[in-house]
Design a binder for this molecule. Structure first.
Ligand code: AHG
Ligand code: MN
Ligand code: MN
Length: 336
């Protein structure tokens, strides 16, 4: 069988042995995410139809259909994980606090927590542009049998055992890592099956794409302003090309395939940056490093930051290794 004919289900079973603790729980979590991704995909694809169906006088459009898609995606991912009794806790962008999940027999014996951004790039939904889901998985640090605690979620990104994203784009893909490289699976919507389409994904070491919201230029730190000017200068392979979708998942995905850097720095408007460390930056940083790329807050490695809050924000520089290194040079030099 050709590698690209392999399904995600087969891939998960084949790779279970290579997980650090091979109890099958992590495989079941990935399986639950696979299922929730298909449900959300179905809903995302219907998003533009709701009004048309409604205008045609369809009777049974319930409140559910009007629900904002990020709330819907949140509920689907949470319910799928809860129903399968495989995690001890979930944290989400959409919930102020983490959720305690009991396992079978009402116990607290499950070992993993999941953190997620259920719908990333949600402002793009109404204009038919790609959105995504981001997830991150840790082994709990509190003793099994006790209720999950905040410290189980506030672990540095280096402790992640799995991370991934779903991109609801021209096709729907699930891309994830368990620390053994990055693999991408494309959904065949006709039969509802993900197939391994992008084995062993790698960031090109160099790239020519820079992705940043340049509308905030005047508010950026000097190092970022200098880096942008460097990208625009004509020399060698430059000027670079600018691409910004406004969905981290989509910008990251394109940059991983083509070579590029994504930047969301601090600004005078957002002094800590905008993106969230725990369920946006850490999972993407883990994937980036596993794909030979680099992720930084401008000065140091994202994955080594010690989180203090569930929803904390951090500046984010992520992508092709040499490009992130260059941006860090500019940050350092501007500080001198
Ligand atoms: P979310 O939809 O989960 O709130 O995330 C949006 C994030 C990220 O995906 C995107 O790259 C960034 O916000 C865009 O921010 P700006 O509109 O400020 O550029
Ligand atoms: Mn987001
Ligand atoms: Mn979101």
């Amino acid at each position: 069988m050709k590698e690209h004919n392999k399904t995600l289900g087969e891939f998960i079973i084949e790779n279970q042995k290579s997980f650090q603790y091979s109890s099958g729980e992590l495989s079941r979590i990935i399986n639950a995410i696979r299922l929730a991704a298909k449900v959300v995909n179905y809903k995302v694809n219907k998003a533009g139809l709701v009004d048309i169906v409604g205008a045609a006088g369809e009777q049974n459009i319930q409140g559910e259909d009007q629900q904002k898609l990020d709330v819907y995606a949140n509920e689907i991912f949470i319910q799928t994980l809860i129903n399968r009794e495989i995690v001890c806790g979930i944290a989400s962008e959409e919930n102020d606090d983490f959720i305690t999940v009991r396992g079978s027999d009402n116990s607290h014996t499950n070992k993993y927590v999941v953190l997620m951004d259920p719908l990333d790039g949600s402002s793009n939904i109404d204009v038919n542009v790609s959105v995504g889901t981001i997830f991150s998985v840790y082994r709990r640090i509190t003793p099994v049998g006790t209720p999950v605690a905040l410290e189980d979620f506030l672990q540095p990104g280096v402790n992640q055992v799995a991370a991934g994203y779903v991109i609801y784009g021209t096709s729907t893909m699930l891309v994830y890592t368990t620390g053994h490289g990055v693999n991408g699976f494309t959904l065949n919507p006709a039969i509802g099956t993900f197939y391994l389409s992008h084995p062993n994904m790698m960031f090109p070491k160099e790239g020519i794409i820079y992705s940043i919201n340049e509308g905030n230029y005047v508010h950026f730190p000097q190092g970022v302003k200098d880096y942008i000017k460097y990208c625009q200068l004509e020399e060698g392979d430059r000027p670079y090309t600018s691409r910004y979708i406004g969905s981290l998942v989509s910008d990251f995905h394109r940059n991983m395939i083509k070579g590029g850097i994504y930047l969301y720095p601090t600004s005078s408007k957002a002094p800590k940056g905008k993106l969230r460390l725990l369920y946006e930056c850490n999972p993407m940083a883990f994937i980036a490093e596993q794909a030979g790329g680099k992720a930084s807050d401008g000065f140091g490695r994202i994955l080594e930051i010690r989180p203090t809050e569930l929803h904390e924000r951090v500046p984010f520089f992520c992508g092709s290794y040499a490009m992130v290194e260059k941006a860090e040079d500019f940050m350092r030099n501007a500080k001198k």
